[in-house]
Design a protein around this ligand. Structure first.
Ligand code: ADP
Ligand code: MG
Length: 264
């Protein structure tokens, strides 16, 4: 159904023939999905399409009934993610940002990033850890990327909702993931914050592979490269924003539904 569009060597993740049922209902139904190295991919689809479940499957939170989800290592090794625990998948460099931000409100923005940089070092080590000049540089770089350099000494609890989301993305970036999964980052944001979030995600393109799940069409339009439309747990359409948004099937199941929702 969905032939890979990349040479195998360019792929970082391949999911093939993946199915997942909950009480007989197929939340994911024969899904094929291929992600390129450094690619910024958007996945859209109406509520219940299976977007979050797909992320659960990639990260080892949920196991598929059928199918394979493989991460392609830089050295040519393939790793079957469906056999791993969540923490093992994370250790391979797959980080997930959930919808609600979870930052340490009574620590400064800078310290939040430092803590997350240290997480890979283990608790004991990080308790006695002395920050190096290199660490400081890395954190400063992340602060620039997430545009919170001028807030670095403020307690994270004082940030706006949008700024907290950026900080959390920064905390994931500090761990240098190979694949970053972001679930509805623009939810609850002002228009201006949404646009800045889009700019942030675009600035990461090429540095790591990113999958952004969203149902806000305007936001998708801003950051769209290759767009995957999910419907009833299956890929309905994949392509440019233009080709996807013109597709009659997509308009029917997704845009049509959104218009309906807006009117309600
Ligand atoms: P989306 O993120 O696209 O809105 P979800 O992946 O959250 O969709 O849900 C897809 C479908 O699977 C929905 O019908 C949802 O009710 C169902 N579902 C998801 N997780 C579970 C679960 N743990 N148990 C039962 N049903 C679930
Ligand atoms: Mg969801």
């Amino acid at each position: 159904m969905n032939p890979p569009v990349y040479r195998d060597t360019d792929l970082v993740l391949s999911a093939e023939s993946v199915t997942k049922s909950f009480d007989g209902f197929k939340a994911i139904n024969d899904l094929n999905f291929y992600l390129g190295e450094g690619e910024l991919r958007t996945v859209i689809g109406p509520n219940g399409a299976g977007k979050s479940t797909f992320m659960d499957l990639i990260t080892g939170r949920t196991r598929p009934d059928e199918g394979t989800i493989v991460m392609h290592q830089a050295d040519g090794h393939d790793i079957d993610l469906t056999r791993l625990q969540e923490y093992q998948v994370n250790r391979l460099g797959i980080s997930r940002k959930f919808q609600t931000p979870s930052v340490y409100g009574n620590h400064t923005v800078f310290d939040n990033l430092l803590l997350s940089l240290n997480r890979s070092r283990g608790v004991m080590k990080s308790l006695f850890y002395k920050m190096t000049a290199g660490d400081r540089e890395e954190i400063e770089e992340v602060l620039e990327t997430i545009r919170l350099a001028d807030r670095k000494d403020d307690e994270a609890g004082f940030l706006s909702h949008g700024q907290k989301q950026w900080l959390e993305i920064g905390m994931l970036l500090a761990q240098k993931p190979r694949i970053l999964l972001v679930d509805e980052p623009a939810a609850g944001m002002s228009d201006e914050e949404t646009e800045r979030t889009g700019e942030l995600l675009l600035s990461l393109e090429g540095k790591q592979s990113i999958v952004v799940v969203e149902h806000d069409m305007e936001f998708i339009r801003q950051i769209a490269r290759r767009v995957t439309v999910l419907h009833q747990g299956h890929v309905l359409k994949e392509g440019s924003f233009e080709s996807v948004s013109k597709d009659p099937k997509v308009i029917e199941v997704y845009l049509g539904r959104q218009k309906h929702d807006d009117a309600a």
